[in-house]
Design a protein around this ligand. Structure first.
Ligand SMILES: C[S@@+](CC[C@H](N)C(=O)[O-])C[C@H]1O[C@@H](n2cnc3c(N)ncnc32)[C@H](O)[C@@H]1O
Length: 275
């Protein structure tokens, strides 16, 4: 690929998703973008670069960005954070929010929904304690295609075999042809919508718990800090943020403090002091 074309695509993808592509990822860019050229009946990446330059076609630029995003996800990913949520954080919230009996949880950059559905299954498992409570679980992602998949709640055998205990599979899924469909009782607990972490979050509301995992490492430090700053504005003062395992305070705005390092849980300063 010509260096100018690589720069054009890399700049476009960074501006629209935050994802940073380096020169040695030219092969990755080519393999991901060639299928997009075919969709648009373009003969080559060079033609596609030219089409972007001359038309600035919004759909084409969206499709290029979407093609570069990585959607790998699985149920109960890394397990420990979900155990911590269930055994420590949820019991604390049940006490703290006793008066309003309302919890709001956000899976930011949710991919095909495994993170949000894992949280929904955990809440379903605690339904005795959550009787009379309203629990909103919101999943958002940049990718239109992946949000449609998340909404469908349909997973391949490979996807349900990754991380999901067989007991949960039997309880919360039903087989549909060669796929697995998550049951409506879980699907209805989660609302999915498109959402870009680089943009204004709009009327998304405030959250008790935010999961933002396995996405920020793709951003440059400044973008990561900006996104975390925006997330802090939609967290309740004692809200908790789950980052990827091993993610440190590097790039975290100062008012985030570590709450539980083994699971990369962070709170705002006021919450950290109260722990
Ligand atoms: C590797 S998946 C992580 C999914 C899930 N959080 C997990 O940990 O399993 C990363 C997701 O981030 C999404 N993403 C990338 N840039 C984004 C942005 N700027 N705003 C929202 N989502 C974004 C991608 O579309 C992809 O689905």
């Amino acid at each position: 690929m010509k260096p100018d074309d690589f720069d054009l695509f890399a700049t476009l993808v960074k501006q629209r998703s935050g994802l940073v592509l380096t020169g040695d990822q030219s092969y990755l860019l080519e393999s991901r973008l060639l299928p997009v050229t075919r969709t648009y009946n373009l003969k080559s990446l060079e033609d596609m670069a030219q089409a972007v330059r001359s038309t600035r076609d919004e759909k084409l630029m969206h499709d290029i960005t979407e093609a570069m995003t990585i959607h790998d996800s699985y149920f109960l990913r890394d397990l420990k954070p979900f155990r911590y949520f269930q055994s420590t954080l949820l019991p604390q919230l049940l006490v703290k929010r006793e008066a309003k009996k309302h919890l709001r949880i956000w899976s930011a950059a949710c991919s095909s929904g495994q993170e949000a559905y894992s949280l929904a299954m955990i809440c379903a498992g605690e339904s005795d304690k959550l009787q009379g409570w309203k629990v909103d679980i919101i999943g958002t992602d940049l990718s239109r295609e992946i949000i449609a998949r998340a909404k469908s709640g349909i997973f391949t055998p490979f996807e349900v075999q990754r991380g999901l205990p067989v007991g949960m599979l039997i309880k919360y899924f039903e087989q549909s042809g060669d796929k697995w469909q998550i049951k409506d009782e879980i699907r209805q607990r989660v609302q999915f919508s498109e959402g870009n972490l680089l943009h204004d979050f709009g009327p998304i509301g405030v959250f008790d718990v935010v999961f933002c995992r396995n996405v920020l490492h793709c951003f440059d430090p400044l973008t990561k800090t900006k996104v975390l700053e925006s997330i802090s504005h939609v967290m309740l003062p004692d809200g908790m943020l789950f980052l990827s395992l091993g993610e440190t305070t590097t790039g975290l705005p100062d008012h985030f403090k570590s709450i539980h390092a083994p699971c990369s849980v962070f709170g705002l300063e006021s919450a950290a002091k109260a722990q």
